[in-house]
Design a protein around this ligand. Sequence first.
Ligand code: SAM
Length: 239
Amino acid sequence: MNITLQKPLILRCFLISFFLSLTFFYLFLHLLSPQQPRHSITTKDLRIRPGYTSYDTYIQRQLNKTLNPKLRKIWTTCDWNRKIPVFARFFEDLKDKNLLHNASKALCIGARVGQEVEALRRIGVTDSVGMDLVPYPPLVVKGDFHNQPFRGGTFDFEFSNVFDHALYPERFVGEIERTLKPNGVCVLHVALSTRADKYSANDLYTVKPLVALFKNSVLVHVRPVDGFGLDTEVAFRKK
Ligand SMILES: C[S@@+](CC[C@H](N)C(=O)[O-])C[C@H]1O[C@@H](n2cnc3c(N)ncnc32)[C@H](O)[C@@H]1O
């Protein structure tokens, strides 16, 4: 009699502890351990950095640096004169290759204080604008590159040296392909052989993931550059 009464009690205890363990396991996975952002791709050649618990954490991290008053002073003074001629040479070269024209409507993504925009304007590409989380009028407007504030088919040319800051590389590229006109050109400067800065959200090891992400474009060229810590220029033309 005693034995038959104990059986359901043992079973009940087992079920309760089983469900409690499941609950703790779920909480550990989803609340306590650092999460990989949802919908973000990670492959052998493109790895999203761990540790971003939410999109807000990611944006705050980017803003911490971009809004730093001391750094902003440097970017708009000594850095300004040092970097603009280098950007101008990159863009002149793209003009020689017929990838950029004076009449091109151009966008620089993640342009911070707009040194690359100023370089484009100085070499004659006057209809140029930058976009960044923090605006810097009149050169740079406010916008998130995961969700560009422009209509589809707006630009002839887009340049960016901040692919490594994309938490969602597929959205970064998807937005470029959306806002480029057909036959529009996108030029990226990326770091393949060195790791970019500590504010980067991803690490890229080859150009393969880029080629896969630019689904609606053809690869125009890949070549070495010396661009402020970035070693490779990759150009695409939208179909
Ligand atoms: C390494 S800085 C590059 C600045 C500039 N292109 C240059 O070469 O001087 C990266 C820039 O990307 C911007 N950024 C980061 N995440 C962004 C996002 N989701 N949308 C737009 N800009 C972003 C940052 O605010 C920062 O200004």
